[in-house]
Design a protein around this ligand. Structure first.
Ligand SMILES: Nc1ncnc2c1ncn2[C@@H]1O[C@H](COP(=O)(O)OP(=O)(O)O)[C@@H](O)[C@H]1O
Ligand SMILES: [Mg+2]
Length: 468
């Protein structure tokens, strides 16, 4: 494995000597003449090891080391200090700050080779764990019932991407079939408001993954939880875009079947904010061949997420059609305006019964200033009888666009929020092997989901046994 080794020294002769030596070890040397230049280099590309002189102008080695260790994006890069023979104090300080090792000058190259080998051996394991095919994993950006989603970079093209990996406890045949189907289905769609899939594969440790465009932004659940409910013009702006994505899928004979806030992202695309992307066609199905690939056992399950399930989805997934996605999209609009699900029932059984029997509280009983035209459109999506709902995503889009507040949403209205979203990157860096992170994440999940609504919605998410 070839590694990038950054040599930082203000002495040109030293730089040249070490550079030649690194070439002779068949690694790629990078050069910097002081700490500040080195930091620029580290920000530009992934560096595997830093050989760091201490006494330098502009920014010395100790200061650079301090800055690197403070920043979680770089704190994992191993550093070997190169110190003058009489500067033992600095060497000790650097070890305290987190340097791997130190060597005194003039350099003994046999010793240097051994130190480099030792450090890179450990690095190899980390880099391997952080790589999936042609992608280097940077950190976790999301998780659902089935999978974890990581931010990644293509090794050659340096293009950001999102990699969705099937959770280790979901490696049974059915989960795998669903996952594979999700990739195939999504690849057939090309609407701008639908997530774009780039690639699919499996890694040497047996994880299945697919690669998609990286969306800088938040899903609608996070949006409402963090910033509260949205005004009606923004809701119209968002839901009409989601209609575009679903409209194409429906025209191709495909149902999404898990339309909910966590599966719709609001992101920045080409400088446009509040751009909607519909994700997670994981339980999507072609209307004409329902559940063809799933086992008999899976056909007995209710498909979808309880808070956003249509009545017919509960009565049997084969009764679902285009208007079932419309029902769920109506429930999403309701959530965006009120911050509430159409039924807030905690018991799963009662919640499912509500979807079948009860009428949701009228929107205007919660949002007192809501325009009546928008209320009528959204409540019509939530009709029990399929024929009373808008009959297609295009129809719903047209109805929304005729509302008084349609076309009134301006990006500038959300500018502050977007600045914050972009600043507060959700990515937590990959510090350890992926399997350790996955374990830690699962423990967090156990703790986090104590509310039955949450358990129903996020953890068990997609397949819920009918008699539960
Ligand atoms: N391409 C992406 N870019 C950025 N974040 C993403 C992307 N895809 C998914 N996410 C985040 O990860 C979460 C889970 O993704 P999702 O595809 O819904 O997984 P699951 O099938 O496990 O529910 C999403 O709610 C979203 O926050
Ligand atoms: Mg999801």
């Amino acid at each position: 494995m070839k590694f990038k080794i950054l040599i930082v020294d203000d002495n040109k002769l030293n730089l040249k000597m070490i550079e030649d030596f690194i070439f002779s070890l068949d690694h790629s040397p990078l050069l910097a003449c002081n700490g500040a230049k080195a930091f620029e280099e580290v920000k530009k590309q992934q560096v595997d090891l830093i050989l760091l002189d201490i006494e330098m102008p502009v920014m010395n080695g100790i200061e650079l080391l301090r800055q690197l260790k403070r920043d979680k994006s770089y704190s994992q890069i191993p550093v070997i200090m190169l110190t003058a023979l009489d500067d033992v104090k600095s060497a000790v300080e650097s070890i305290k700050l987190g340097a791997e090792d130190y060597l005194t000058k003039p350099l003994n190259f046999t010793l240097l080779e051994n130190r480099i080998k030792g450090v890179l051996e450990k690095r190899k394991a980390i880099v391997k764990a952080q790589r999936l095919g042609q992608y280097t994993i940077e950190g976790i950006i999301g998780e659902g019932g089935m999978s974890q989603v990581y931010k990644a970079n293509h090794i050659m093209m340096c293009r950001p991407a999102a990699v969705k990996v099937l959770k280790p406890e979901r490696t049974d045949q059915n989960s795998f079939t669903l996952f594979e189907r999700e990739v195939k289905i999504t690849s057939l769609l090309s609407h701008p408001n639908t997530i774009v899939v780039y690639d699919y594969g499996s890694s040497s440790d047996g994880s299945f993954y697919y690669v998609m465009e990286y969306l800088p932004g938040v899903n609608l659940k996070e949006l409402v939880e963090t910033w509260g409910t949205l005004n009606e013009e923004r809701v119209i702006h968002i839901i009409t875009q989601a209609c575009g994505s679903l409209g194409e899928a429906h025209q191709k004979g495909l149902l999404h079947r898990d339309v909910k806030p966590a599966n719709i992202m609001l992101c920045e695309r080409g400088g446009i904010y509040d751009f909607v992307k519909v994700l997670d066609f994981g339980i999507g199905v072609f209307r004409d061949e329902p559940e063809k690939n799933l086992s008999d056992k899976n056909r007995q399950y209710i498909i979808g997420t309880p808070g956003f399930l249509s009545p017919e989805a509960i009565q049997g997934s084969d009764r679902m059609d285009v208007s079932s996605d419309i029902y769920s999209l109506g429930a999403v609009a309701y959530y965006l305006l009120t911050g509430k699900r159409i039924f807030e029932e905690k018991s799963l059984q009662k919640l499912l019964l509500c979807h079948i029997q009860e009428n949701p509280p009228p929107l205007s009983s919660i949002c007192h200033h809501l325009s009546p035209d928008l209320e009528i459109v959204i409540m019509s999506c939530l009709e029990k009888e399929k024929s009373k709902r808008p009959q297609s995503a295009e129809k719903l889009r047209d109805m929304l666009l005729k509302c008084q507040r349609a076309g009134k949403w301006r990006q500038s209205g959300a500018e502050k929020q977007w600045k914050k979203i972009m600043e507060e990157s959700k990515i937590s860096p990959v510090k350890e092997k992926r399997s350790t992170i996955i374990k830690a994440l699962n423990i967090n999940l156990e703790k986090k989901f104590s509310d039955p609504q949450d358990i129903a919605e996020e953890k068990t998410a997609k397949l819920i046994q009918q008699n539960e």
